[in-house]
Design a protein around this ligand. Structure first.
Ligand SMILES: [Zn+2]
Length: 412
């Protein structure tokens, strides 16, 4: 099969989609269900229909564009990503997987390939948490990771419920209908920019993801007692910030001694009350993010943090309460799809790096209902979520070629 990606058209389409934005170029802002997002969706649906794909949209706005195979009852092979963009972002995050996925299908069609299983492009609603405060909304609902009744309670920053927002955007039907039936996909592959520096640094043009890490986050509230910084002697203090300091180092240590470099723990927020130079801190709030590729190891680290919290609080005679805010499980990619991607890379004379996805993506949630894998291409300096995000047309074309070849192998 002679596969030739139409790089010029793909670059033009990436630029065109980037121009549908609420920010000054080169920045891209596209928040889910805004008029701008709806214009981008209409533009994309039109592209898919021009390519001869059958388009449907579900009640939360996930877009499916299907190339029907010769055995349409067989589970489909899926690919795709997202087109929503956080404020002041770039034009490649998500978009490479959507327009690249579309171009992969067109490339196969031009090359004379005809799929046995249908091949479907899936554009996920609201991968970014900007509007509803939770990432991967579309794929959480598709996979049943988030029940419809939980999603119905979501509101945007203005307090408008998800149902009201999606109805106004023209998406009808019940959220319960979004969940995909079991066995819907036989395989799902997401093409994405790396959003990190490893591929560029090592001059390797492709990354094949074997594991997708996932975060758990905690809020820890410490309550000691305040007082005058001069009046209360050291022996009589219950300093909430000193407690927090000890705990932060224990959290760092728990990650460092997990036995794997894949464990990372971060205390990204430390709010001190009352926050005056001459006042003993009486209350502190910490936000903790723990990530790993292994759920079991991450849970061990969380347990170690919990033990440290209790013992430090006891010895300092203060209270320290923890609330778990979320705990998405990490996922392993399917060895069969990883091998298909590796084989396609070799066939196309492209070196590749097996790697961990440190950020999470819609593929993480689709992994709950289907075998998944991800293909990464380099992005300049590892920059993402900023206007100077950049991936070269050559790197994109290489990713699309390997994606197309892999989709063909999976759908044959
Ligand atoms: Zn993304």
């Amino acid at each position: 099969m002679n596969m030739a990606v139409d790089t010029a058209r793909l670059s033009k389409e990436i630029d065109e989609l980037a121009s549908i934005s609420d920010a000054e170029p080169p920045a891209v802002t596209r928040i889910v269900f805004t008029p701008t997002d709806l214009r981008a969706r209409a533009w994309l649906v039109d592209r898919c229909q021009q390519a001869g794909l059958l388009v449907r949209q579900d009640p939360v706005g996930n877009i499916f564009a299907r190339w029907t195979g010769s055995e349409p009852r067989m589970p489909a092979v899926g690919t795709g990503s997202h087109i929503d963009a956080i404020p002041n972002a770039g034009k490649y995050d998500g978009v490479v997987g959507v327009l690249g996925g579309l171009e992969a299908m067109r490339t196969l069609e031009r090359a004379g390939f005809r799929p046995r299983s249908s091949i479907e492009l899936l554009v996920f609603t609201s991968e970014e948490p900007t509007r509803f405060g939770i990432g991967c909304l579309g794929s959480r609902l598709l996979s049943g990771t988030m029940p419809a009744e939980t999603a119905r309670k979501l509101t945007d920053k203005e307090g408008v419920p998800l149902d009201e927002v999606r109805h106004a955007a023209g998406f009808r039907g019940q959220l319960e209908e979004v969940r995909l039936p079991d066995g819907y996909y036989k395989a799902f592959v997401e093409l994405h920019i790396e959003q990190g520096p490893l591929l560029e640094r090592r001059r390797i043009p492709l990354g094949i993801v074997t594991e997708i890490a996932a975060p758990s986050s905690l809020r820890i509230s410490i309550a000691g007692s305040g007082g005058h910084a001069g009046g209360v002697l050291m022996a009589d203090r219950k300093d909430a910030l000193c407690t927090a300091a000890e705990l932060i180092l224990a959290i760092e240590n728990a990650a460092k001694t997990s036995g794997s470099a894949d464990t990372v723990a971060t205390v990204g927020i430390c709010e001190v009350f009352p926050g005056a130079v001459n006042s003993i801190p009486s209350r502190v709030q910490l936000a903790v993010d723990v990530r790993d590729t292994s759920l079991e190891r991450r849970d061990r680290v969380l347990h170690a943090i919990d033990c440290a919290r209790q013992s430090i609080a006891n010895s300092r005679k203060v209270s320290a309460e923890a609330v778990q805010l979320n705990a998405d499980a990490p996922a392993s990619c399917d060895p069969g799809i990883v091998e298909a991607l590796s084989e396609s890379s070799r066939k196309n004379h492209s070196a590749f790096l097996p790697m961990v996805s440190r950020a999470y993506h819609d593929a993480l949630f689709i992994s709950r209902i289907a075998p998944v894998a991800m293909l990464f291409i380099p992005c300049r300096n590892g920059y993402s979520h900023r206007p100077d995000e950049y991936a070269s047309p050559e790197d994109i074309a290489r990713g699309v070629t390997v994606l197309a070849d892999t989709l063909a192998a999976l759908a044959s």
